[in-house]
Design a protein around this ligand. Structure first.
Ligand SMILES: C[S@@+](CC[C@H](N)C(=O)[O-])C[C@H]1O[C@@H](n2cnc3c(N)ncnc32)[C@H](O)[C@@H]1O
Length: 206
């Protein structure tokens, strides 16, 4: 899937569905928030949510007084939904409409968070481009928390094929610059009651 058809797909999803009805919807972003807590990062940490869409992770980060939060997504419609929900608090967030595989980061971050975006990159060149962006954007000793469908999770999401990872597959994809420091499984229950098996891995950059 090329960049413009990806964008058209996701803009269509977010303009035709309520954010609370999509299969990946969560009221509260677990286990992401717990894993962010385990990093020990302070409230002035620079955090970026890659493929953040309309996720409510940003709402809780703002409530917890994290003041330097960026949400990146290729769908402007997804980010609009999040901004509408946040109202005046939206101005406390940096919003970036970009495809992570071609994005040019203008600064660096202490934490890279991605729940269910990387796994849509089924092409090796796109996966390599993702890792290059991560290397450009993450500070030395920075953390990356990446959630994907696990090997026993679904084979598709939002009608698209995905790549399922276990933590060691993910570590091999990211390369030796990133050390795996935590790995756990998570069962997400969709708004329709289906169970989806995820893995969440935390890496630290050397
Ligand atoms: C399954 S949704 C997950 C959204 C959010 N992370 C959450 O947990 O609610 C996948 C998100 O990744 C975004 N996405 C997919 N491919 C992307 C890419 N190449 N660059 C940036 N965002 C992408 C989509 O627009 C969508 O918002």
């Amino acid at each position: 899937m090329n960049e413009s058809s990806r964008q058209a797909h996701w803009d269509n999803v977010y303009t035709t569905s309520d954010e609370r009805n999509v299969s990946w919807y969560q009221d509260r972003a677990t286990p992401s928030l717990e894993l962010i807590g385990l990093t020990g990062l302070s409230a002035d940490a620079e955090i970026i949510d890659i493929g953040g869409g309309a996720s409510r992770l940003v709402d809780t980060l703002l409530k917890d007084n994290f003041g330097r939060v960026t949400v990146l997504d290729l769908s402007g419609a997804a980010l609009e939904a999040a901004k509408q929900r946040l109202g005046g608090n939206a101005a406390r967030v940096e919003w970036v409409v970009a495809d992570v595989t071609t994005w040019q980061p203008s600064r660096t971050y202490d934490l890279w968070h991605d729940r269910a975006a990387l796994h849509f990159l089924t092409d090796g060149a796109d996966q390599s481009a993702y890792v290059e962006r991560m290397k450009q954007a993450l500070k030395p000793a920075g953390f990356a928390i990446i959630g994907t469908f696990a090997p026993d999770g679904p084979e598709r999401c939002s009608g698209l094929p995905i790549v399922r990872y276990d933590p060691s597959d993910l570590a091999a994809t990211l390369g030796q610059e990133f050390e795996l420091i935590d790995a756990r499984r998570h069962q997400h229950v969709t708004p329709r009651g289906a169970v989806q098996r995820f893995q969440f891995s935390t890496f630290r950059r050397h």
